[in-house]
Design a protein around this ligand. Structure first.
Ligand code: CMC
Length: 435
């Protein structure tokens, strides 16, 4: 007999089915609650709400476990490439040699964007944020791919997915070049995904950039570690948009916008800005930690805390290790890394952080690595988006393939109850705030 939970409301008993995940997690299925009991559940911020059943990524926030399609992140970080990980996330299995060859060839085939798209960059001011440009350009790109809009059949889907992942790096690098007033650099077909991106970021027309292998590997690690993270804010956004039947480009452009915020993907830039502020103002890290604990301030220790992880984020462990390694190999010292380590040490020994179970998350050390690679701070979240794209696509596909219902949460209305319209001359004289 299948397990149920019993809800007693107004003296009536309602049996609600329990759904069990493959890793043993349990959820009370409330999908018929309104029909059965005349009420809904309320969970602002979805702290305890499963929005879907998914077979893509597993996170155990208590134990610090992250797996893509069952494979531990540590193994993928050690043995895989970003391009292979993209396939794994989207198709659910590691590719065969032949599949990987074809998949990589598609990335090369589609690395150039339509020449017409380059003109769009002229329309953005140099001060335009790369995340705004990225989101706008993904939607613009769809205008040049009308054949992919209908998404009929697996071959069209594959072409669209490869185009989106491959061209995202071309757009990302072009938006950076535009922002610094340098000519846009075209991709080179013989380069791998990460080297090609670094080439488009840092080559200039008369001098090719030759990245150190350690730099390419570090970028690859960052992309793999960011490739998916179950129902985070941007992925839920992608699924929400996808559930309306919107195409992959529109859904992923929405994901970019959700990622931008400082509580989500924007945290990697916010961490480095925080470390730089502490450094430039010669602030004692212990004093800074005291400030973030002050309930009268809205300051937070950026890169700390996570909705799901209540222990060390496994991605932060790998990134901290790699930050040390990369700086040593490049024979560089970064004072910001030293400040980060000091902050971590103080926070992990402080009852405020221990009681709330706040640990370093993926963003705490990624910025130090990105700085060492030479990526400017305003491009950090763009790199996160490049990494997250396969996860978004995998989730978009899951919504499409399962013919999921339209995502449409309910609410508890707390506004005024019914009242009459008031003519304008009887409404007092409240002013306008905008200058
Ligand atoms: N610094 C100081 N206090 C914190 C922090 C922090 N970084 N994070 C949480 N707290 C406190 C918070 O003030 C609250 O205290 P109290 O119980 O006294 O009111 C308590 O811990 C719980 O916080 P919450 O905001 O209710 O927890 P949440 O699960 O909604 O928030 C979070 C998760 C990631 C938004 C939050 O920890 C945070 O703002 N961290 C800093 C931003 C950050 O690093 N974001 C990246 C997240 S990981 C990558 C990603 O998702 O993109």
């Amino acid at each position: 007999m299948s397990e149920t939970a019993t809800l007693i409301l107004d003296g009536a008993e309602h049996r609600l089915p329990i759904v069990k995940g493959t890793a043993g997690e349990r959820a009370i299925d409330v999908s018929r609650l309104r029909e059965l009991a005349g009420c809904i559940t309320l969970d602002e911020g979805y702290v305890n709400t499963g929005s879907c059943q998914s077979a893509i990524t597993f996170v155990d926030g208590e134990k610090g476990v992250l797996r893509y399609r069952g494979i531990p992140i540590e193994q993928l970080a050690k043995h895989s490439t970003f391009v292979e990980t993209c396939w794994l996330l989207i198709y659910g299995e590691l590719p065969t040699r032949e599949q990987l060859k074809c998949w990589s060839a598609l990335f090369t085939k589609y690395e150039m964007i339509h020449e017409g798209l380059y003109h769009h960059f002229d329309g953005f001011p140099a001060t335009g944020h790369p995340m705004a440009i990225l989101s706008a350009m993904i939607n613009a790109m769809s205008c040049y791919e009308p054949d992919l809009m209908e998404m009929e059949g697996p071959a069209i889907f594959q072409a669209a997915a490869a185009r989106l992942i491959s061209r995202l790096r071309t757009i990302a690098a072009a938006s950076y070049k535009t922002s610094i007033g340098q000519p846009i650099i075209y991709p080179k077909p013989h380069l791998d995904y990460c080297s090609n991106f670094l080439h488009m970021m840092f080559s200039i027309p008369f001098a090719d950039y030759e990245p150190e292998p350690d730099v390419v590997d570090a970028l690859q690690l960052i992309l793999i570690l960011h490739a998916d993270h179950e129902q985070n804010c941007s992925t839920s956004t992608v699924r929400m948009v996808a559930s309306s039947g919107a195409n992959m480009f529109a859904s992923c452009a929405a994901g970019v916008c959700a990622l931008w915020g400082p509580l989500h993907g924007g945290a990697n830039a916010a961490v480095v800005e925080m470390l730089q502020y502490i450094h430039d103002n010669n602030i004692d890290p212990a004093d800074y930690v005291a400030r973030v604990k002050d309930k009268d301030s809205s300051l937070r220790l950026m890169g700390f805390g996570h909705r799901v992880y209540k222990t060390y984020d496994p991605r932060a462990t790998l990134l901290k290790e790699r930050a040390d390694q990369l700086l040593a190999r490049l024979k560089r010292v970064d004072p910001l890394l030293e400040i980060a380590k000091r902050l971590e040490d103080i926070a992990l020994n402080d009852p405020y952080f221990r009681e709330r179970r706040l640990y370093p998350n993926v963003d705490f050390y990624s910025g130090v690595i990105l700085r060492a690679i030479g990526i400017p701070v305003n491009m950090f979240t763009v790199i996160f988006a490049m990494g997250r794209m396969p996860g978004w696509i995998a989730n978009w596909k899951e919504v499409r393939d399962s013919q999921s219902a339209l995502y449409r949460p309910r609410q508890i209305y707390m506004g005024p109850t019914e009242r009459d319209y008031v003519p304008i001359e009887q409404r007092g004289d409240g002013g306008c705030l905008a200058p």
